[in-house]
Design a protein around this ligand. Structure first.
Ligand code: GLC
Length: 749
């Protein structure tokens, strides 16, 4: 009997949620410093701290604003010489010498670029996400950045939304675990360490539910759904000690987040005890005018500050209107004072008053070898094997010539993905480069892009690519999306491969040679046809600087794929929204529904059975949440629970046998799902409540132990109270959200 393994992810989240740092404990000395400084500040100086500007490069002009005490923070300045110059003006030439908060969007790396967060989520490995955030903080802080606008933890269930790339996918539990790990990575063990940077969970809240998958669109999330699905990752981040939060662009049920006191005060402050800083998104305050929620900039300032915003990003209404509004009594002095307390508290916690300056020669940490190695590991673990017919992968010894084809094979800029301001494409190691350098001694590499870039509709190169590819023993075609096709404001109404990529794949298929399709994208794509044409498909959510070496090692078998989908893949756009943790409805599909072309002519009105499904698409996705293949196979057996009845105070202990029934040492992400079968409101058909990466040698079998406190089954019920309701529950342990055998248990009152 092998060693019992306990679910580390469950323990990690439990540690984060129940016994983690949470909001920093009140530091009496620090609070006294805050009060002492506050008491010396004029109203204008206080309001100046609440103003964030974006660097426009001109130090002299920015210095004028800083000297006037009009700037509390600057984003988008990454030149350490300029950062030091600006800090020196703030410390030595403003009346009170208050240092600046220097901020940047360090979303998945600063110089060393990691897989986009959606890819990191596919690793189901919070430790690699934390390591990536830690490295990002080390590199960013080396140029003077001490605040990042990350992690983005918006739950996203609509892949038409370009920003699905930036988050951790559709699942509340996975996003909670990964987001909390990223917060810990950015902030380190203590905020005042010079390599720590303040995290900023965003976008608070519900931004990923925009109508039609359109960015900035209105959302209509009722409070119960907000509390059961969209808020928990932000609460987990708060319990992990997140230092700041950013308001989201969307209006939810008619209220823009930047003017929403319910979320910014009732929930964030009163319920969660958050004592950090709330910043708006870029101009999200003044955008309450086009929202139709504020008539003018004065009302913008009034509504956002009274709703609980501490700092305004770039739209300047605080500086312009808060002095007057305060004198008119429409904004209370204590509102201003509390906002400034939150800002000063963060600056003190970061140690900026002691030393806001940075060593201007710290280039050595940028792209450090260890950073690149970690980025490669992250890219390996983020890759998801969707298909592998006849075990074409990993490439075998008898393969002597490989054809590398496609617009993403050597795309150093696009491989990095969205939200890359500082990573340089010159450092990107592409698949073509990596295969040539790492495996050029084993195989002859012939390269023909076929298309110049993903949207290329010029098919002239396809014939040449196919002719070249026909000479090879195997074809490796790299397709997907350029970086610009996902991310902010980059939404798509259709998710098929853009340009002539599909034609390229068809032409390669016609050569009759084994065809491996490697996708690099910022989101799920509707690639059913291309999957059918391919013998194997490896899916990478823009893998970052080291994507090439990672993919090369996966293709040639030095590494084995372990990634699992953090988001459901629809067959077609018409199925969206489509996600595994859906409600059952009163007429769930039975799985035997007659589909479009099997319907008899003149079929009777009710002959098809009135169930919830699509005549032309059924109800199943192309691939479910949690899905991912390996080069080996795993068998799950003998799942047993410590009891079949639990009280709310109990912990459900699960044990099962996992066996590696294949030929390769490999890692499986075992997933634990639970369903609350009957409750005071309808509940999802299943919800992820635990996962862990288990590595087994070929033929090895282990008994794995996982556990879930019954308290983790709590939800906001019909009375809007968070409780565990007694009743019947189902539990699955499997390798994806659609597999596994159900085990039943009860919770008794
Ligand atoms: C952008 C994004 C936000 C980002 C901010 C600063 O519009 O919505 O995620 O942090 O502006 O760049």
């Amino acid at each position: 009997m092998k060693i019992l393994k306990v679910c580390s992810a469950c323990l990690l989240l439990l540690a984060l949620v129940f016994c983690s740092k949470g909001p920093e404990p009140k530091d009496k000395v620090l609070e006294a410093k805050v009060e002492r400084l506050l008491s010396q500040m004029t109203l204008e100086e206080k309001i100046g701290q609440m103003n964030q500007i974006s660097s426009f490069g001109n130090i002299e002009d920015m210095s004028v604003l800083i000297k006037r005490g009009e700037v509390g923070s600057i984003l988008n300045e990454v030149d350490p010489v300029k950062v030091n110059a600006l800090q020196r003006v703030a410390m030595e030439e403003s009346r009170l010498g208050i240092p600046l908060l220097i901020a940047r969007d360090v979303i998945h790396g600063f110089k060393t670029i990691f897989p986009i967060p959606l890819g990191q989520a596919a690793s189901f490995n919070p430790e690699i996400a934390e390591a990536g955030a830690r490295i990002s903080a080390i590199e960013a802080s080396s140029v003077g950045i001490r605040w990042t606008f990350a992690p983005m933890i918006d739950i996203a269930r609509d892949p038409r939304w370009g920003r699905i790339a930036e988050g951790c996918g559709e699942d509340t539990y996975l996003t909670s675990v990964m987001g909390a790990a990223m917060v810990k990575g950015y902030q380190g063990d203590s905020l005042n360490h010079p390599t720590s940077i303040a995290a900023c969970p965003k976008h608070f809240v519900g931004y990923g539910a925009g109508e039609g998958g359109r960015d900035y669109a209105s959302t209509f999330i009722p409070e119960r759904l907000l509390r059961n699905v969209y808020l928990p990752p932000f609460e987990a981040a708060a319990r992990a000690g997140a230092a700041t939060y950013m308001t989201s662009f969307n209006d939810n049920d008619g209220v823009p987040s930047t003017g929403n006191a319910f979320i910014l005060k009732n929930i964030l402050r009163d319920e969660w005890g958050f004592d950090g800083l709330v910043v708006t998104d870029w101009a999200s305050a003044v955008e309450m005018i086009p929202h139709g929620f504020a008539a003018n900039e004065k009302e913008v300032a009034l509504k956002s500050v009274n709703a609980g915003v501490d700092m305004e990003m770039v739209s300047y209404t605080f500086v312009k209107y808060l002095p007057g509004l305060t004198k008119e009594g429409k904004v209370k002095q204590h509102t201003i004072d509390n906002a400034v307390r939150n800002i000063l508290r963060l600056k003190l916690r970061l140690g900026l008053f002691d030393n806001p300056f940075v060593d201007e020669n710290q280039g050595s940490v940028l792209y450090a070898e260890s950073h690149l190695e970690t980025a490669k590991k992250a890219a390996v673990e983020s890759a998801v094997l969707l298909k592998n017919e006849n075990e074409i992968l990993p490439l075998k010894e008898n393969i002597k010539t490989v054809a590398v084809v496609g617009p993403m094979a050597d795309a150093p800029h696009d491989q990095l993905g969205t939200w890359v301001f500082d990573g340089e494409k010159a450092h990107t190691q592409t698949p073509l480069k990596a295969i040539r350098e790492m495996y050029g001694d084993k195989v002859q590499v012939i390269y023909e892009p076929g298309l110049k870039y993903s949207r290329d509709r010029n098919t002239e190169g396809i014939a040449r690519a196919a002719t070249t590819a026909a000479r090879a023993d195997v074809i490796l075609t790299f397709v997907g999306e350029e970086a610009i096709l996902s991310g902010e404001a980059h939404c798509l109404a259709d998710l098929k491969l853009v340009g002539a990529q599909s034609e390229l794949i068809a032409a390669l298929r016609n050569t009759g040679k084994p065809l491996v399709t490697i996708v690099m994208a910022g989101r799920p794509l509707t690639i059913r046809k291309e999957v059918e044409l391919s013998d194997a498909v490896l899916y990478n959510f823009h893998p970052g600087t080291m994507g090439g070496p990672a993919i090369a090692d996966l293709l040639f078998g030095k590494e084995v794929p372990s990634g699992k989908l953090p988001v459901t893949f629809p067959k077609m756009v018409g199925q969206i929204p489509i996600y595994y943790a859906h409600n059952n409805t009163g007429r769930p599909p039975l799985g035997n529904e007659t589909l479009l072309y099997d319907i008899p002519v003149e079929a009777g009105q009710t002959s098809l059975g009135n169930r919830s499904f699509y005549l032309d698409a059924g109800v199943d996705p192309l691939y479910p949440f949690g899905y991912g293949l390996s080069y080996t196979t795993f068998a799950y057996n003998n799942i047993r629970l410590s009891s079949n009845e639990y009280t709310e105070q109990d912990t459900i202990k699960i044990a099962f046998d996992l066996e590696n029934t294949g030929k390769y040492t490999a890692t499986e992400v075992v997933q634990l799902y639970i369903q609350d079968k009957v409750a005071s409101v309808t509940r999802p058909v299943k919800e992820l409540k635990g996962f862990e990466r288990i590595t087994l040698k070929a033929g090895e079998k282990q008994t794995i132990a996982m556990e879930v406190p019954v308290s983790e089954l709590a939800f906001w019920n019909i009375d809007m109270v968070k409780v565990v309701e007694p009743g019947d529950f189902g539990l699955w342990i499997a390798g994806d959200s659609q597999s596994g055998n159900e085990v039943l248990f009860k919770v008794v009152g």
